[in-house]
Design a protein around this ligand. Structure first.
Ligand SMILES: *Cc1c(COP(=O)(O)O)cnc(C)c1O
Length: 385
């Protein structure tokens, strides 16, 4: 099923998921097997030999991911970070350099600063919305990647994907876009010039807070082959049940994202008018510095809203402790609303570094519950503060 012939929601439900040819099962079976009977030495049926190398349930998910991102190859991993690590090993060598966002996701930052650096990969963190700073950070001949995240976690900054792609390609480097926050329903980086898309499928793609997973989608076959080799050679694949859960989530991605966006837009407006709130970070607001760029490359602005409290860190922590419907928890992108304090929770690994997040910041993953209930919960949590 090709992306030229079908709309997004059709692909989400059908790509890679034709009814099972043997039984007619409408939903792809969970092939919970490590190995496959071979007809003769060197003749595996349908090419399947061992489930690290290939598994039909994972293949179905991979085909769906490639279709949704408009890429040539989709690859599924055990987590978003496993996908990131595999990508770095495949495209970077000791002595290489990468440009990363000045406010990268904490786990991504830790992978660069604490893991990749020990095997000789150098990095520079710059605000990616400052193209002059990105250009100045380039080390021609050594910089292999611009690693972009847009919107960023948790500050919701926006990077201009076509502009960064142009810059990367000018220096024979690649543009990687972590598309976790937008999901392919709202933003398709490959069509905008990116070479690879990264996902934590744990978030909006899975969508139900019940599975950890990651993905890479390559824009071309050459890179797709290379990444496929590293996926098998490094072995960080997800299991068949994880792939099945992720596919089940993806089928409703479009309808979920629309509701996430509806609720987040209204909550951002509500927060904007609350006296306890010093600043609202949501790319859908015209006051957001990345609003125009976001409006060009995203169809809507997503379900993540961050805000800063006039009363500082103590008040931010109080609000997180007081909500009842918004569950105090890490992660994001599920149907249920979550609240967290990035400084003490998801982004603690960036504490003391240039990537430290403000201590008065609260991050919401706005779910798809009844809007009035969400507003009432925020109102009691903020009102008491
Ligand atoms: C969660 C997240 C990751 C890491 O994914 P895991 O599935 O937790 O390994 C990477 N990037 C972003 C933007 C994330 O939110």
């Amino acid at each position: 099923m090709s992306a030229d012939q079908h709309g997004f929601d059709t692909l989400a439900i059908h790509a890679g998921q034709e009814p099972d040819p043997r039984t007619g099962a409408v939903v792809p079976p969970i092939y919970q097997t490590s190995t496959y009977a071979q007809d003769a030495v060197g003749s595996p049926r349908l090419g399947y030999e061992y489930s690290r190398s290939g598994n039909p349930t994972r293949d179905a998910l991979q085909e769906c991911l490639a279709a949704l991102e408009g890429g040539r190859r989709g690859l599924a991993f055990a987590s978003g970070l496993a996908a990131e690590d595999t990508l770095l090993r495949a495209v970077c060598r000791p002595g290489d350099h990468v440009v990363i966002p000045g406010d990268a996701y904490g786990g991504t930052f830790r992978l660069f600063a604490k893991v990749a650096e020990t095997w000789g990969l150098d990095w520079t963190a710059v605000p990616l919305d400052d193209l002059d700073a990105v250009r100045a950070a380039f080390r021609p001949g050594h910089t292999r990647l611009i690693w972009a995240e847009t919107p960023t976690n948790p500050l919701l900054n926006i990077a201009d994907i076509p502009a960064l792609a142009g810059l990367a390609h000018e220096y024979d480097a690649m543009l990687v876009v972590d598309n976790t926050f937008a999901s392919p329903y709202l933003q398709q980086p490959i069509a905008l010039g990116a070479d690879v898309v990264v996902h934590s499928t744990t978030k909006y793609l899975g969508g139900h807070s019940d599975v950890i997973g990651g993905a890479l989608v390559a824009a071309d076959d050459g890179l797709g082959d290379e990444l496929t080799f590293y996926q098998n050679a490094m072995g960080a694949v997800g299991g068949p049940f994880d792939a099945w859960l992720t596919m089940r989530g993806i089928k409703t991605l479009g309808v979920r994202m629309d509701r996430h966006c509806d609720n987040a837009e209204r909550i951002a407006q509500y927060l904007l008018s609350h006296r306890a709130v010093a600043e609202v970070l949501y790319p859908g607001l015209e006051s957001h510095p990345g609003h125009e760029t976001a409006a060009k490359q995203m169809s809507r602005f997503g379900g993540m809203v961050s805000f800063r409290l006039a009363g500082g860190a103590e008040q931010a922590i109080d609000v997180c402790n007081r909500t009842k419907l918004f569950i105090l928890a890490e992660s994001l992108g599920g149907v249920e609303s979550l609240i967290e304090h990035p400084g003490q929770m998801t982004h603690l690994s960036a504490a003391g570094s240039a990537l430290e997040v403000p201590s008065d910041l609260v991050r919401l993953s706005v779910g798809i519950e009844t809007l009035e209930d969400l507003l009432a919960d925020l109102d009691q949590a903020l009102g008491a503060s």
